[in-house]
Design a protein around this ligand. Sequence first.
Ligand SMILES: Nc1ncnc2c1ncn2[C@@H]1O[C@H](COP(=O)(O)OP(=O)(O)OP(=O)(O)O)[C@@H](O)[C@H]1O
Length: 273
Amino acid sequence: MNNIVTEMSGAASVQNKPAVNKAPIFTAKNVDVYYGAKQALDKINLDIPRNKVTSLIGPSGCGKSTFLRCLNRMNDLVDICRVEGDIQLEGQDIYAPEVDVVALRQHVGMVFQKPNPFPKSIYDNIAYGPRIHGLTSSKSELDDIVEWSLQRAGLWKEVSDRLQEPGTGLSGGQQQRLCIARAIAVRPEVILMDEPCSALDPIATATIEELIDELREKFTIVIVTHSMQQAARVSQRTAFFHLGNLVETGATKTLFTSPEDERTQNYITGRIG
Ligand SMILES: Nc1ncnc2c1ncn2[C@@H]1O[C@H](COP(=O)(O)OP(=O)(O)OP(=O)(O)O)[C@@H](O)[C@H]1O
């Protein structure tokens, strides 16, 4: 990986990725998170495998989003939030004081629950990140990134003839794909998705789920979802959280068919949550 301590070119990092690298992209060890005096996560140990989709599931308030937000230091934006323990991205401590958080968030992008396009044109929504990170040196390179990102997000055909129109004029599902295109435009290695389909109808949800499956060829995805069906459809690994604890993690199929812990069993059969 390019160094998150210094300036880097994300474009190279994806293209130069070795064909097979079995080491986890993220390792989290003994992660505790507090909001003021209240502890939200307790000694979380979780590896995130690369080029796979990992789902974080569990009842409301169990800490899924809190853990997700630890992975690109979004919790830094919450004054009362304190993160302890060790989280490494490609072997680098992302909480080390010398880490450039802007560079970290280029490597670890995020897609939110509600589509949140900038009040700008479709083109500028995508071009914004590459411009501020200095990833291109010419207009034609920027045009290529915009097209590549929209292609990968499965939106190009629908918007190629109206790139100068506002992103906010698209449908909800299209807006979410625009946000995914915006996230991948800066060539992150990891994309964090916090309930990306919860504001979408079933057809738009199915489109995003197909997209997630395609994206894992190039990116690692961590998704928080309330839907066990969605976790089963899109992810290869699943982690089950309960009351701030990571109860169980494993291959999605195994976790849903033969969970080891009674709390997981109760959750997947609808007895808790
Ligand atoms: N900004 C905040 N300030 C104070 N407490 C917070 C904050 N964000 C989350 N919490 C608390 O931390 C705990 C975990 O919340 P979190 O949002 O991570 O859970 P979650 O599993 O993602 O829930 P949900 O599925 O409802 O989104 C909850 O008790 C919540 O109230």
